[in-house]
Design a protein around this ligand. Structure first.
Ligand code: SF4
Length: 245
């Protein structure tokens, strides 16, 4: 089994570039500049939640395994019916279920949302907790959701690692990990704290527009010159080897 240190050791690519802490400031500046004008669903998501802890928490739960457009519609209907945890706790599960349909696992999510509303009322005076460990105690809340609440709603240190952050951090060659959980651990060790709050928003914007899971648009990418592109060009390189053999 690998130790956590091996996730953050420099990745060896011969003479190839890779994002590391020596060029990270330039990389982050370039991504930040790009994100100022990029139109990505993450921007709409943050705007819709208004950075309100209750809205960030519930919208993030809705977004799990659900397309962005579907999440946006379901969140708008949920906020109409249950604009706060008190209203959510008092809502029948069937009403919430109808409101959030067709998000993925809407039946389970409706039950969990109402349960969360009741727990918030009973144990936290209706307030969403601001620390990761307490948030993880709520039903259906994993590390991604907990980190998002802490960083987006409370502007407290945390690193929200979703599929985009996991994929891009590895493509950059900044970490080498096999799961979002490993990536969060690696980033907590390696990424300077001043980047923690914005890291998710910037990489999700990049992932939703340029560095997509399939056929990333490297030629249009603002950080192409630094990126190791781990796993991106392997098929292309193999094809080139075959044709030149
Ligand atoms: S689009 Fe290409 S160059 Fe840009 S971050 Fe993704 S893999 Fe790297």
């Amino acid at each position: 089994m690998r130790t956590s240190a091996s996730y953050t050791q420099p990745v060896k690519h011969g003479a190839a570039p890779a994002v590391d802490n020596r060029n990270l400031a330039r990389v982050m500046r370039a991504v930040r500049d790009f994100c100022r004008t990029a139109h990505a669903p993450i921007t709409a998501f943050v705007a819709q939640t208004e950075r309100d802890p209750y809205r960030v928490l519930t919208a993030c739960i809705l977004s799990l395994r659900t397309q962005d457009q579907v999440t946006a519609g379901a969140a708008a209907r949920l906020f109409e019916i249950a604009p706060n945890s008190r209203a959510l706790a008092a809502s029948p599960v069937a009403v919430i279920r109808r409101a959030i349909y067709p998000v993925g696992f809407y039946r389970t999510k409706a039950e969990r949302l109402v349960e969360i509303g009741r727990i918030l009322q009973r144990e936290f005076s209706g307030r969403v907790p601001d620390d990761i460990d307490t948030l993880l105690g709520l039903p259906g809340v994993g590390r991604k959701t907990a980190n998002l609440v802490v960083t987006v709603a409370y502007s407290l240190p945390g690193i929200c690692v979703d599929t985009h952050v996991h994929r891009i951090s590895n493509r950059w060659g900044y970490v080498r990990t096999r799961s979002p959980e490993e990536t969060e651990q690696a980033l907590r060790e390696k990424l300077p704290r001043r980047y923690w709050l914005e890291f998710n928003r910037l990489l999700v914007t990049l992932g939703q527009t340029i560095c997509r899971p399939v056929r990333p648009r490297c030629d249009a990418c603002p950080i192409e010159r630094w990126c190791a592109r781990i796993g991106v060009n392997e098929r292309k390189r193999a094809r080139r080897r075959l044709t030149s053999a």
